[in-house]
Design a protein around this ligand. Sequence first.
Ligand SMILES: [Zn+2]
Length: 270
Amino acid sequence: MPELPEVETTLRGISPHIIGHKVTEIVIRQPRLRWPIPSGLAALLQGKKLVSARRRGKYLLLNFGHGHVLIHLGMSGSLRIVKTDEPPSFHDHFDLVFGKQVLRYCDPRRFGCLLWIEDEPEIHKLLVDLGPEPLTDLFDAEYLYERTRKRSQAIKQFIRDSKIVVGVGNIYANESLFMSGIKPIRKAGSLSRKNCEDLVRDIKFVLQRSIDQGGTTLRDFVGGDGKPGYFKQQLLVYGRGGEACVRCKKLLKEVRMNDRTTVYCVDCQK
Ligand SMILES: [Zn+2]
């Protein structure tokens, strides 16, 4: 599933090819994504220049001046830049054509979306409740400490809540909790200030590292026949249940929490 680093990598990969360019055509082959693609979108975008592009959580926002296109990659979506003569594949559901460059969306499972936002994106119902971006100063130890007080929810579920902080997917939650030496099932409210410092630092580290690694696959966003590569992770615990802990060599424990795989070391994580 595309997580925050993949979405950030996508943004960086596509931006130089489309920002400052005008939409010359919109091709919608399959309007039934998670929500229907608005029928009037072509008329809204035809001839309009893309002013800027940014990411909020896992949403991409393309600013056309008079409104924003919002794209979410869902479970299996990807965007890439292709030439106008490249034939679409079965799962290529829409193209935003910018002259000779085509921004093409592929999504086998169709849980993604393409929407139009006329007002400020921050007050849109999909974005209004989102917590701070994890890689900004708004997400710091003091913030996490204050928000966790009196909360009995497990810390892993807590940091995966996009109302608390966006973009901490299951893999990143597992990895950062291991690095911080915090047991995933521990009550959020039991974290000390030092725990919060460690966890905030490690969440930022695992996300930034993935973004940095994504940078090496940027050329995959242009041309090519596959979808942009989701980078290989250097994983310490995720996917390693039953294997030896890299620190103490004891076997890592794997449990299900809210139907998601959770792996931790009973010795190294308190
Ligand atoms: Zn260990």
